[in-house]
Structure formats: structure tokens, C-alpha cells
Design a protein around this ligand. Structure first.
Ligand code: FPP
Length: 241
């Protein structure tokens, strides 16, 4: 099995999962958070090098105060617990998104976790928090303009240079994007980075997306005819024209 180097996941369906069980939405998020721990371990065991998950979008602030507060509580406890998880999985953790919007203690936990895990190498785990791709692109453009004004950059902006201004600077683009729980949308996730990514949509809600489901997604990915700019993978040198 050819395991994708970088998998991006939209963690969707926690709320519906909980509702179906007669439980509050927050319970679904707690279960979703537990599942995140499981999937990090599974991804590492399968040999995935980069895993990026969409945990809180720029739009998610519009949810009820009760739900947002519950998610903040969950982030607080998870970010602390993640120090141990990072060590156990030899996992380098990085937050993408504008986390300056979070309370000071959450920001500190993020920075502590990033610093603590920065030299771990087996799995690179990115958590998108207060993330939106359009917001990320605009922040990048504004920083680029500032650097140009300060004379730090000159000449034409290349794709490579632009990528280095994004939150994902230095990371390879995702090979496979998985969205759980049946919605067939990108929801403002990694728009620049996923220009050539394969998409896999499943009706399975995030809390039920287990090892078997991840393997199923990777198997489907393996059935795809991967083409980059019209040239099939592995054929680039054998093509006559
Ligand atoms: C989408 O489900 C999920 C979220 C908005 C939050 C994702 C959060 C977690 C998996 C838990 C915490 C993560 C970390 C990093 C600690 P939904 O609420 O949109 O579900 P629905 O579509 O069924 O309503």
C-alpha cells in the first residue's frame, strides 16, 4: 500500500454523532478529541509523515456561546495532554491559523507545545485553529506587502515564495484530503495547498472514523490514477511527447 505522505482531514460530524445518541453536541466534540489521539497513533504506525486536521474554523466562532466555550475547554485540556502524546508518538505539533484570537492561556499552551515538540520527527501534526484559507492567504499577502515595502523582497512573487508566507510554510502539500460525515465541501480549508490533492468523502462521522476507516481511505487513494499536470506518476521520464 502506498501511504500518502501528507493527509489532511476535515473533522466533521461530532454534533450529529452526539445528537443521534441523545447527547449534547459537546459530548461529540469530546469523543472527536479522543478519536484524534487514536488517529494520530494510527497515522504514525502506518507511516504517514504529515497529518493536518481542521479543528476550529474562522467561522466556528458563530456557534452558540455554550458550544464555543466547550470547545475552548477541550482545547485547553487537549493542548496540555498533547505534550505527552507528542513525546509518545515522536510527533512535532504545529498550530496553523490565527491563534492570536484565543485567550492568553491557550496561546501560551500552543507555544509551549510547539517549542516542546519542535525536534520530534516521526509525525508532523498540524492543528488548524481559528483557521480559514482565505484569511491565511490575506495574512500572507499583507505580510508580503510589508516585506516588499521594507525592501526585504524584490522582483516577481513566485509560487514558492508565496507558499513560504503561508501558515503551512515548509510543509509539503497534502496528497489526500479526507472529509468525514457526508458533506461534499472544502469549507475554506487549505485552498492553495490542495491544488492537486485527491479528495475522499465518507458518510462516517468523525468520532467513528477509526483505523479501518483510515485504511479504507488510503486504499481508495491507491486506486486513483494520480496525474500531476497531465503526466501520470512514474511516467514522467518514459513519455515520448
Ligand atoms: C465538526 O463537527 C467539528 C468541529 C467544529 C470541531 C472539531 C473538534 C474536535 C474534533 C475536537 C477537538 C480537537 C482538538 C484539536 C482538541 P460538527 O460540530 O460540525 O458536527 P456536525 O456537522 O454534526 O454538527
Amino acid at each position: 500500500m502506498n501511504v500518502p505522505n501528507h493527509i489532511a482531514i476535515i473533522l466533521d460530524g461530532n454534533g450529529r454523532w452526539a445528537k443521534k445518541r441523545g447527547m449534547p453536541r459537546g459530548y461529540g466534540h469530546v469523543k472527536g478529541c479522543e478519536n484524534l489521539e487514536t488517529i494520530c497513533e494510527v497515522a504514525k504506525d502506518l507511516g504517514v509523515k504529515y497529518l493536518t486536521v481542521y479543528a476550529f474554523s474562522t467561522e466556528n466562532w458563530k456557534r452558540s456561546k455554550e458550544e464555543v466555550d466547550g470547545l475552548m475547554r477541550l482545547f485547553r485540556s487537549y493542548l496540555k495532554k498533547c505534550l505527552k502524546i507528542a513525546k509518545k508518538n515522536d510527533m512535532c505539533v504545529r498550530v496553523i491559523g490565527d491563534y492570536s484570537a484565543f485567550d492568553a492561556d491557550i496561546r501560551e499552551s500552543i507555544e509551549k507545545l510547539q517549542e516542546f515538540s519542535k525536534d520530534f520527527k516521526t509525525l508532523h501534526f498540524q492543528i488548524a485553529l481559528n483557521y480559514g484559507s482565505r484569511d491565511e492567504i490575506l495574512r500572507a499577502v499583507n505580510r508580503l506587502l510589508r516585506d516588499e515595502k521594507d525592501g526585504k523582497i524584490t522582483g516577481k512573487v513566485t509560487e514558492e515564495m508565496f507558499s513560504s508566507y503561508l501558515d503551512t510554510a515548509g510543509l509539503p502539500d497534502p496528497d489526500l484530503m479526507i472529509r468525514t460525515s457526508g458533506e461534499l465541501r472544502l469549507s475554506n480549508y487549505l485552498l492553495w495547498q490542495m491544488a492537486y490533492t485527491e479528495f475522499y468523502f465518507t458518510p462516517v462521522p468523525w468520532p467513528d472514523f477509526d483505523r479501518e476507516e483510515l485504511i479504507r481511505a488510503i486504499e481508495k487513494y491507491n486506486e486513483r490514477d494520480r496525474r500531476y499536470g497531465g503526466v501520470k506518476e512514474g511516467e514522467a521520464c518514459s513519455k515520448q511527447d
